[in-house]
Design a protein around this ligand. Structure first.
Ligand code: ZN
Length: 330
């Protein structure tokens, strides 16, 4: 069902984006820019914002080394949310490095300690591609998980970060606000945007998708006065107002396409094709001609996931008729 092809980029590169902060490109599915982890460094502390999935752990470690640091010295992991493309490797890392602490919103914490429900629901979405995409999903021991509530401030690796509760994409999503750098590590709350395009695409997977909450979260991001948005999927961008302004209208466009097609009886394959075509149209010319850009958007925010996210949301609201269960594997 995945519409994008793999590329050939191995990942493991480190780009310094600020004092003592590196963007590590994980080379997910052979493409650059699709998933980043951010490395925060101090003389005796190393922290990561996001880990990426277990399949890209070698690239994560290579990237930490490329930045000039020893991955064995990692002390903290800050997760924006527990989706496998952001957090899948956390348990495997802590298993090998038991001193590492993992920060996550309280609602996400139990699913790190016991990932069985997370794995089960992801398996429904990804079927037999589960392992190839994400690899092992190991539990994080409970005493290594630190729940981080809205507004809590955290001193980590020489940076002071505040957790901003930003649901909408996931019910337990937090973004990390660094007032000294005037930067927000947005996770998925800031959408997906690949260099070469101005198009910010909000990824809309099941089961938590909540556009109304996402709109409130977008306002929270705006109210920080940030001068830089640091996206997990796409890297840093400085046109903060323009980026945030388009986020909710872009989500509404996707919602309207889903509502119209589903009301007319379209199945998930048909809706996926419509959303894929919509992304390409919205990239516009000349961005759509940047080599690999369509694939990068496709891997970072798969159209089939947004189709399923809106199917669930709109069906529950009674906006579209329920669909008979279809085979979602393949
Ligand atoms: Zn996510």
């Amino acid at each position: 069902m995945w519409e994008a092809e793999p590329g050939t980029f191995a990942g493991g590169t480190a780009t310094q984006i600020d004092e003592r902060i590196w963007a590590i490109d994980l080379g997910f599915q052979g493409w650059d820019q699709v998933i980043h982890a951010y490395l925060l460094t101090a003389p005796d502390e190393l922290a990561l914002i996001e880990t990426g999935p277990t399949t890209t752990l070698p690239a994560l470690r290579a990237g930490i080394q490329a930045a000039g640091f020893d991955p064995a010295r990692l002390t903290s992991i800050l997760l924006t949310h527990i989706h496998l493309d952001h957090a899948g490797a956390a348990g495997t890392i802590v298993r090998e490095q038991p001193d590492v602490r993992v920060f996550v919103h309280p609602v996400g914490a139990p699913h790190l300690v016991d990932p069985s429900r997370l794995v089960k629901s992801a398996s429904r979405l990804y079927g037999d591609r589960m392992d190839a995409l994400w690899g092992a999903v190991a539990a994080v021991p409970a005493d290594r998980v630190v729940p981080l509530a809205d507004g809590e401030t955290l001193g980590v690796a020489g940076h002071v970060l505040s957790a901003l509760y930003t649901p909408g994409h996931a019910s337990h999503h937090v973004a990390y606000w660094d007032p000294d750098l005037a930067a927000i590590f947005t996770g998925d709350a800031g959408g997906v945007r690949m260099p070469g395009s101005a198009y910010a695409l909000p990824p809309a997977p099941p089961p938590d998708l909540a556009p109304d909450e996402w709109a409130v979260s977008t306002e929270r991001l705006r109210q920080t006065g940030a001068q830089r948005l640091v996206l997990t999927h796409g890297g840093p961008f400085e046109d903060v107002a323009e980026h945030l302004d388009q986020l909710m209208p872009n989500l509404s466009e996707v919602e309207e396409i889903c509502r119209a097609a589903m009301s007319a009886g379209a199945d998930d394959v048909e809706v996926t094709a419509l959303l894929q075509a919509h992304t390409e149209r919205r990239l516009g010319f000349p961005a759509v001609t940047v080599p690999g850009i369509v694939q990068r958007y496709g891997w970072a925010s798969p159209s089939f996931l947004s189709a399923l996210g809106f199917r669930r949301l709109l069906t529950r609201r009674g906006d579209v008729p329920a669909l008979e269960q279809t085979d979602r594997q393949g």
